[in-house]
Write a protein that binds this ligand. Structure first.
Ligand SMILES: NC(=O)c1ccc[n+]([C@@H]2O[C@H](COP(=O)([O-])OP(=O)(O)OC[C@H]3O[C@@H](n4cnc5c(N)ncnc54)[C@H](O)[C@@H]3O)[C@@H](O)[C@H]2O)c1
Length: 269
């Protein structure tokens, strides 16, 4: 840590920031916050990514499904920086990618644990501090899969819909304590989570491009910008919302053919 920094320097915690959207968010928040904490279930990734970000930042090993890990995360943050301003609940895992009839109870429970229990636990621990200081902001990671039905993504969709509900409940509960709680609902973002779905044959990239009005996947940095906005004072009167960041996916309700095939368009140019 750079000991020249004042104790009042703002602090943001991003869970699952060892890779993908979380890492892009940590990198983006490092422009607005004096200290960014990269928490990840993979300790080596957490430490390495924090070191790359700079010595003012911190990497913490934390499995968001484990209560004592999460309590320990916030203890470590407060001990090190004496302050906490923003929490981004980003840690997540992909679906088993099987239809509901083939889903196992273990797989179903694991998805709900990482997304729902993780978001609940980290929010609860952060809010203990936010309520005491009467300020703070939380940004959760929803998904378009939590806003409408996606066959083969039963548990994932339920978890993300639960995160939307939790966002609204926590926003209402803590609004008078100066705490804002919002979510982003990304469309398809090219990260390892999605690359893994493609590699397993669970996702066809050109189907996604054809169904997305903007005809492409998002870059992690584009989701990070929306998260940074919701976490910032620029969003001072926004709480309880889930903001789609999806290239128009959620707005579009017609058959994909109405948009034209992306491959045909590319060939005609
Ligand atoms: N990629 C997409 O298209 C997409 C779309 C909508 C929502 N999301 C959501 O965005 C978030 C990030 O997804 P991503 O695509 O960047 O995934 P990713 O797989 O690239 O990165 C996820 C990170 O979370 C960490 N992680 C996993 N389980 C954890 C746990 N129990 N505790 C702490 N850390 C854990 C991983 O180690 C990894 O570093 C997830 O909540 C995901 O559901 C992603």
């Amino acid at each position: 840590m750079n000991t020249d920094q004042p104790d009042t320097a703002r602090v943001a915690v991003v869970t699952g920031a060892g890779d993908g959207i979380g890492l892009a968010t940590a990198q983006r928040l490092a422009r607005d916050f004096e200290h960014v904490v990269i928490a990840d279930v993979r300790p080596a990734a957490a430490f390495a990514r924090a070191a790359e970000l700079g010595q003012r930042h911190l990497g913490v090993a934390c499995d968001v499904t484990n209560e004592s890990d999460v309590v320990g995360l916030f203890d470590a943050v407060l001990q090190r920086f004496g302050r906490l301003d923003v929490l981004v609940n980003n840690a997540g895992i992909g679906e088993q990618s099987v239809m509901t009839l083939e889903q196992t109870v273990e797989g179903f429970d694991r998805i709900l644990a990482v997304h729902l229990r993780g978001t609940f636990l980290a929010s609860r621990e952060a809010a203990r501090h936010f309520v005491a200081q009467q300020s703070g902001a939380i940004v959760n990671l929803g998904s378009i899969a939590g806003l409408a039905g996606h066959p083969g993504r039963n548990a994932y969709g339920a978890a993300k819909a639960g995160i939307v509900a939790m966002t609204e409940a926590m926003a209402s509960e803590w609004a008078r304590d100066g705490i804002r709680v919002n979510a982003v609902a990304p469309g398809y973002v090219m990260t390892d989570l999605v690359r893994d779905l493609i590699a397993r044959g669970a996702l066809n990239p050109s189907d996604i491009e054809d169904r997305t009005p903007m005809a492409r996947f998002a870059r992690p940095e584009e989701i990070a910008e929306a998260i940074a906005f919701l976490a910032s004072p620029s969003a001072s009167y926004i709480t309880g919302v889930t903001l789609p960041v999806d290239g128009g996916w959620q707005a579009f309700g017609a058959p994909p053919a109405r948009l034209g095939r992306v491959a045909d368009k590319r060939e005609s140019h």
